[in-house]
Design a protein around this ligand. Structure first.
Ligand SMILES: Cc1ncc(COP(=O)(O)O)c(C=O)c1O
Length: 355
């Protein structure tokens, strides 16, 4: 499984410090505090009533963001819940092809249904120019895409993804990070859903708003598929807090657009700044990324001693990449922070690498 930044309590106990003293660069979340109206909405939630089972209001709000019919949207308890239902369709459609290195939750979802899976390897060299053409892959009935890719941060072009729809029985495109990518929306497959009954797009609000604890995501697909999923799942997958928060965040599409623009500005400015400084450090090579995380590779040997030193001496967590098939101990992934956090990370890396 993906080792999320959700182990802060346990790490703090191990390091003998408080969780808020740790800089968690292993998770990749936008660093901004939620708007005041959203925090207020959370305090006013009616906990006595069952949430609306149809999630109609939320579906309408999300549909408006993407110029869709509400029936083409299904909100979920995070993208992770929706992968489970996508995987049920995948398992009954044939063999799933999973890019590696890739996000481990697709495999978890397929295993729920005994779905067959095969992995294929992404080339581990790429340049700075985004969007990039998606590399050709071997045949299988079901294709899983992550755009932008996790853990590499590559943004794939829509033009190169579209032909997959003619070749595969089912295409599942995880766009969990796409709203954080400058220019990312132009590469989304959402506009193709109306024409393609074999396409599912999955989005998440987790990364964009920094709300991993809330669990909010949505699927976009043709209504018949989503109606089927709605019958399989439990009756109230969006709890009252998540519903109220989504309502406050998405009620006005202009607020959503402004928030995306703010987050994307941070990715451009802070991402560029961090990349330049990382390039000046010896022993590591930062890889180009379109989004708010990037891979580091050792010039030689392992980066595990560096990861352990960051944790133990500097209370900084970065993502261990040994659990990504195709990567290993010479790779680390770091999540972009605000300027103060990025400075702290660079100081720690400098202290370890410039000795
Ligand atoms: C590529 C990718 N998709 C989806 C998710 C899960 O999103 P959510 O928090 O909405 O379940 C993650 C979380 O790490 C991710 O990396």
């Amino acid at each position: 499984m993906e080792a999320h930044g959700g182990n802060l309590e346990a790490t703090a106990r191990r390091l003998g410090c408080r969780p808020d003293q740790i800089l968690d660069a292993s998770a990749s979340l936008a660093p901004f505090a939620l708007p005041r109206a959203a925090r207020r909405a959370l305090r006013q939630v009616d906990l006595r009533a069952y949430p609306d089972r149809s999630q109609w209001r939320l579906r309408q709000q999300i549909a408006l963001l993407h110029q869709l019919a509400p029936e083409a949207v299904l909100p979920g308890n995070g993208a992770a819940e929706l992968f489970t239902w996508a995987a049920r369709d995948a398992a009954s459609s044939g063999v799933s092809l999973l890019p590696q290195p890739g996000f481990a939750d697709y495999g978890r979802s397929l295993q729920c249904w005994g779905g067959q899976q095969r992995s294929w390897s992404l080339p581990l060299e790429w340049d700075q120019a985004f969007p990039q053409p998606f590399p050709a892959a071997s045949a299988a009935e079901v294709f899983w895409i992550t755009n932008p890719h996790n853990p590499t941060g590559q943004l794939w072009s829509r033009e190169s993804l579209e032909p997959l729809l003619a070749r595969h029985r089912l295409v599942i495109c995880d766009e969990a990070f796409l709203s954080l990518v400058p220019g990312g929306e132009q590469q989304s497959l959402i506009p193709l859903v109306a024409e393609h009954s074999n396409l599912v797009v999955i989005r998440s609000l987790t990364k964009l708003y920094g709300i991993a604890g809330v669990r909010l995501g949505y699927a976009v697909a043709q209504p018949e598929r989503l109606q089927r999923w709605a019958q399989w799942r439990d009756p109230w997958p969006i709890n009252a807090w998540a519903g109220a928060l989504a309502d406050a965040l998405l009620r006005d599409p202009r607020d959503y657009a402004r928030w995306c623009a703010r987050v994307q500005r941070w990715v451009v400015e802070e991402g560029g700044w961090l990349q330049r400084r990382l390039r000046d450090l010896p022993g590591i090579r930062p890889y180009p990324s379109a989004v708010n995380y990037l891979l580091l590779r050792a010039e030689q040997g392992s980066l595990q001693p560096l990861r352990e030193a960051l944790e133990q001496r500097h209370r900084i967590l970065v993502r261990d990449c040994r659990s990504f098939a195709g990567l290993g101990e010479s790779w680390l992934r770091i999540g972009l922070q605000d300027r103060a956090g990025n400075r702290r990370l660079l100081r720690a890396l400098g202290a370890e690498l410039l000795q």
